[in-house]
Ligand binder design. Structure first.
Ligand code: PRP
Length: 194
């Protein structure tokens, strides 16, 4: 883990009750994933596609451990409504900048929970007829899966808890924690009560 001035570290991590995956564990796993991806995609010039915003730290790390020529692009989605999201329909608010027809696409996600977002986006991407389309996810939350999604490269399974850090947020905060951790209950109690 990088070095932080002690006071800054104390402030950054004040709301965390427990570290569940350390920076070292994540670095090591991402390196292994990068190695496998580099072997599998040798000579294929893949394009990594990330969905903003939680994927930012992971895709930046992954990109730097992939040793074959690679391109990168991003999509962003938002929900029309909670009901639409429950039906697996999301609104594309930022599309890709490059065509992916006949390209080898590696779709990169920070976390898969119900699988609905991924399932919707994969359908959208498949319609553009890529040469291949695989999924790489850092964190998998299998407990609430509603649709089966193919995960070719997977980092860690997460417990069915509110976890933050390494891109994962709670109310848009904590994405910059240098590990994955649990929040102290008093931090999100308000949401539990309402
Ligand atoms: C996360 C993640 C996926 C989605 C997965 O994004 O990046 O897009 O949730 O959930 P699902 O499997 O239940 O569909 P989030 O909505 O938290 O946005 P963020 O990346 O901006 O934090």
């Amino acid at each position: 883990m990088r070095w932080y001035p002690p006071e800054a570290y104390a402030a950054l991590t004040a709301d965390v009750s427990e570290i569940i995956i350390s920076a070292e564990e994540i670095d090591q796993r991402v390196e292994e994933m990068g190695r496998r991806i580099s072997e599998d995609y040798a000579g294929r010039n893949p394009i990594l596609i990330g969905v903003l915003k939680g994927v930012v730290p992971f895709i930046a790390d992954l990109l730097r451990v992939i040793t074959v020529p690679v391109e990168i692009d991003f999509m962003a989605v938002s929900s029309y409504s909670p009901e639409a999201r429950d039906r697996g329909v999301v609104r594309l608010v930022k599309d890709l900048e490059v065509p992916i027809t006949d390209r080898h696409v590696l779709f990169v996600e920070d976390v898969i929970d119900t699988g609905l977002t991924l399932s919707y986006l994969l359908r959208t991407l498949r319609a553009r007829q890529p040469a291949s389309l695989e999924v790489c996810v850092l964190f998998n939350k299998p407990k609430h899966r509603l649709v089966d999604v193919p995960l070719k490269y997977k980092g860690f399974d997460l417990p069915d808890r509110l976890v933050v850090g390494w891109g994962l947020d709670y109310r848009e905060q904590y994405r910059n924690l240098p590990y994955v951790g649990l929040l102290k209950p008093e931090v999100f109690q308000e949401d539990v009560q309402t």
